[in-house]
Structures are given as C-alpha cells and as structure tokens.
Write a protein that binds this ligand. Structure first.
Ligand code: NBP
Length: 484
C-alpha cells in the first residue's frame, strides 16, 4: 500500500514543471513529480530536487496513489494532444472531486471542452495561465486559474503561496472565471505583451532614425521613463538591452537580425477579436508588424525601389522625447482598454463572471507585462466593477486627455519622417474613432445598399431597415439583413 504523502502531483519535468515544483517545495508543499520519459524523474530527484521533500513516481498510477485527497494533479506538458492523453491516463486512478490542472499554454476552447467533459465525470478541471517563464515559475509566476469553480478552494493555498507578489504583498493569482476563462485571459495577456513590445520598438526606431540618439542616450531615456508612469518590466529590460555591448564595444542589439518570431498567442488574440467583432487594433498591428519584419528579403528589395522622406527630426529633441513618453503611455492605455473590451465580450459570449480587478492584479507581478500602471487598472475596476470601458475611468480619461497633444504630434512627425508607427497610430485612430458619436459608416451603409440592396437603418426610425432604389433601375427586393 503506497502512502498518500503529496499535496499535489505535477506531470511534465521540463523547464516550467521543474521550477514550479521547486517553488511549491519552498513554500512547504510536498510535490510528487512524474514525466512521460521516466528517466527524467530519477535525474530530477538526484539533482535539482536532492535534499528537498519532493517525491517521484514512475507511473500515473503510482503518482495518483501518492496524492492526498482530493487529489490535485497539475500538467505542465506541451499543449494539445499531450494534455488530453494525460487526462485519459489519469482518469482510471482518480475519483469524484479530484482536480486536474492544466498549466500549459492551451488554447481556451480546449479548456472549455475539458472542463465540461470532466465535470460530467465528477472531476474538477482547471485551465490555468502561467506566466513569467523559467524565473517566474521558480520564484513567483503570475497564475491565472479558471475552470470549475469548485476546485478553487482546494488549490487556492498552493497557488497563492507560489505566485508572485505585487509590491503591496497581494498574490498575483486569483480565480479568473469559469471553464476556459483562465486560458482566455492568459491569451489576452500574451496579446497585450505583443502590443507593449511593439510600442516600445516604435519609440526606439523614432529615437534612432528620427532623433539620431545613440544607444546609450536611449538607455538613459528608458531609465528615466522607468521611474515614472511607464515603470514596467519591459521598459526596464529595454534600458538594459540598449546598454548591452558586444565584444567589440558596439551595442549588441544592432547586430540582431530584424525579423521577429512568434509562437501564436498574439495571433490567437487577433483572430479571436475578429471573430467577436471587437476592434483590438493595437494587438492586430503588433502581430502584423512581426509578419512584416519577417519579410526581410522583400523589405530589402523594397528599400531600394520605394521612395520616402529623410527621417530627420529638426526640432527640440528634449521636448520631443518627453512627448514620445506621453505617446507611449497613451497608446498603452488604449491597448489595455481594447484587451479589456475583448475580455468583456468573451465573458458575455461564454457567460463568465470575469474578475476584472483581479486580472489586473494577476498581471501586476511575475509576468512580462508587469507594471505600475496595472495597479491603476485594478483601482479602476475596484472603484466600479461595472466599468464599461477602461477609457471611461476618470484616471484614464484624464491621462489620455493630458497626453493626446503629444501623442498626436509624435504620430504626425513620424508620418512626416516616414517612420512606421503602426501601433502608436492605430491606438490614436481607435481613440478618435471611439470618441466620435458619428462615424462615416452611414455612407458605407448607403454604398452597401446601393450595390447589394443590403438595406440600412434610418436614424429617425431606429430598428426599421429600408432599401432605396438609388438608381431607379434596380428592383425593390432587398437582401437578407444579418451581420457576419
Ligand atoms: P515543453 O513545452 O517543452 O514540454 C515538455 C514536456 O512535455 C515534457 O514533460 C515532455 O515529456 C512533455 N511531452 C511532450 Br513535448 N510531448 C508529449 C506527449 N505527446 N505526451 C506526453 N508528454 C509530452 O515544456 P515547458 O517549456 O516546460 O512548458 C510546459 C508548458 O508550459 C507548455 O504548454 C508551455 O507552452 C507552457 N509555458 C511555457 C513557458 C516557458 O517559458 N517555457 C511559459 C509559460 C507557459 P518528455 O520529457 O517525455 O518528452
């Protein structure tokens, strides 16, 4: 008879799994480790886990036998079929009320499906976003658990102890919402990460090409920004990257091929926003910018064919740098507002009760997008849990109003200099679109009705869809009215 000694089991002994186990051990939890290739269990126990309370298992059956009830098994394996395969292997050794947690980068529809399928079997499923990479996993990740709410009380003590802590000591982990909500929020988090990174790179290109600053001068600018409202992990590492020299004393960053990679979560966010009809334009532009960057050969040919202005700035550089900071800040506010709009729509579509303030707190520490700014988002949703749009919160409405002159000038100057600013400018266009009560979609509707008899709604008769015979030649039959 194997003794049930472990508080939690963890499957998947690659970088994330091993580090999370060590983190759990540090916080006083006994973890049982298992891996498909079982030699990795032995190697882990003999090396990284030596001298700890961590125990190992060489089969799924042994793993389950070593777990205290209700059993909690966390998977940190490659997303996709490996997760389903492990769930199938675990089921014969679990009983009603036991918990399976998937901490991998799973796509949220899989987590919705798994929550439902396992609920029918009496097993509680949790799909949890885990952010922060290797270091986060080891010393405090941002954790975004969602799924079957009945699992939360049992896993909460473990999750909140191992999670990163915000500067005020709060754990960067709270219950996100039902079914696929945890992985959905992680997906949006990754999309926002794409956006934040893109914004920083645009400001870098303006400073480099337009202002002609050296990398050390730019590092100084980022160092200053990191002391104020832009204080964040990404600004901090950008400062350090810009200062970093290659062996010949040149900035290393200038020697890196300018083609950006991507693993797909930004793309998922973009596709999802199109599916839901929510204009998450900044993340979309961030994904497309990576795509454009990867067309290096075509860009090289284009650079010799397509003409543009000389990207030289001829004004007060110091004042313009301050404006760049304001533009970055305002565009970042728009990006988070768009991300929250998307989560609001998904919550409506899936009937999730999303913890909006908690989400900002979960992103406040441990993850790549951690920043002081997220504390303000948490405050906004704490002040008004029903807040329709982040931009309507008085703090953010005032901040964008204050920054907008600088933001407009930065985008205008970049256009004049021919320096691309897809994220900075799409954010501004979104801001201007959102604040227009009247957009030119009236003309668009007229065009649709003109060529396709798609009908339009009259302002003076809401809900009444009519067709006009614009040319006098067509008939009076209209097309069906529906939105794709
Ligand atoms: P990997 O994503 O590299 O996955 C390695 C683990 O998956 C190993 O335990 C491996 O077992 C197992 N595995 C694979 Br690969 N295919 C399998 C299959 N068909 N059946 C069963 N097991 C299989 O590890 P990771 O980088 O630690 O990431 C783990 C999860 O966390 C992933 O979903 C990842 O996307 C996510 N994540 C990673 C990071 C990060 O910074 N790395 C951050 C946040 C989230 P084996 O040893 O037998 O091959």
């Amino acid at each position: 008879m194997v003794e049930a000694v472990a508080d939690i089991g963890l499957i998947g002994l690659a970088v994330m799994g091993q580090n999370l186990i060590l983190n759990m051990n540090d916080h006083g939890f006994v973890v049982c480790a298992y891996n498909r290739t079982t030699s990795k269990v032995d190697s882990f126990l003999e090396n990284e886990a030596k001298g700890t309370n961590i125990v190992g298992a060489h089969s799924v059956e042994e793993l389950c036998a070593k777990l205290k009830r209700p059993r909690k098994v966390m998977l940190l394996v490659k997303a996709g079929s490996a997760v389903d395969a492990f769930i199938d292997q675990l089921l014969p050794f679990l009983e009603k009320g036991d918990i399976i947690i998937d901490g991998g980068n799973s796509h949220f529809p899989d987590s919705i499906r798994r929550t439902k399928e396992l609920e029918e079997k009496g097993i509680l499923f949790v799909g949890s976003g885990v952010s922060g990479g290797e270091e986060g996993a080891r010393f405090g990740p941002s954790l975004m658990p969602g799924g079957n709410p009945a699992a939360w009380e049992s896993i909460k003590p473990i999750f909140q102890s191992i999670a990163a802590k915000a500067p005020d000591g709060a754990a960067c982990c709270d219950w996100v919402g039902e079914t696929g909500a945890g992985h959905y929020v992680k997906m949006v988090h990754n999309g926002i990460e794409y956006g934040d990174m893109q914004l920083i790179t645009e400001v870098y290109q303006i400073m480099l090409e337009g202002l002609g600053l050296t990398h050390d001068e730019m590092a100084e600018v980022f160092a200053e920004w990191n002391k104020g409202e832009l204080d964040s992990f990404l600004i901090e590492i950008t400062r350090d990257i810009l200062k970093y020299k290659d062996t010949d004393g040149e900035p290393l960053v200038t020697k890196i091929r300018d083609t950006a990679g991507q693993k797909g979560t930004g793309k998922w966010t973009g596709i999802d926003s199109l599916d839901r009809g929510i204009p998450v334009t900044l993340i979309g532009e961030a994904v497309y910018s990576r795509c454009l960057s990867s067309l290096k050969d075509e860009r090289t040919r284009a650079s010799k064919i397509l003409k543009g202005p000389s990207p030289k700035f001829s004004g007060d550089k110091k004042a313009f740098i301050a404006q760049l900071g304001q533009a970055l800040y305002a565009a970042k506010i728009v990006s988070y507002a768009q991300g929250y709009m998307l989560m609001r729509q998904a919550a409506k579509d899936y009937d999730w009760k999303l913890n909006n303030a908690g989400i900002a707190l979960m992103w406040r520490g441990g993850c790549i997008i951690r920043s002081a700014f997220l504390g303000k988002i948490r405050d906004a949703y704490n002040n008004n849990p029903e807040l329709e749009n982040l931009l309507f919160d008085s703090f953010f409405a005032d901040a964008t109003a204050k920054a907008q002159d600088a933001w407009r000038n930065v985008v205008a100057q970049a256009v004049v200099m021919g320096i691309p600013t897809p994220a900075l400018s799409t954010a501004l266009n979104f801001y201007d679109g959102l604040r227009h009560e009247m957009l030119p979609a009236n003309l668009l509707q007229a065009q649709r009705d003109y060529f396709g008899a798609h009908t339009y709604e009259r302002l003076d008769a809401p809900g009444k869809w009519v067709h006009t015979n614009w040319t006098g030649r067509g008939g009076n039959v209209s097309a069906s009215t529906y939105d794709a």
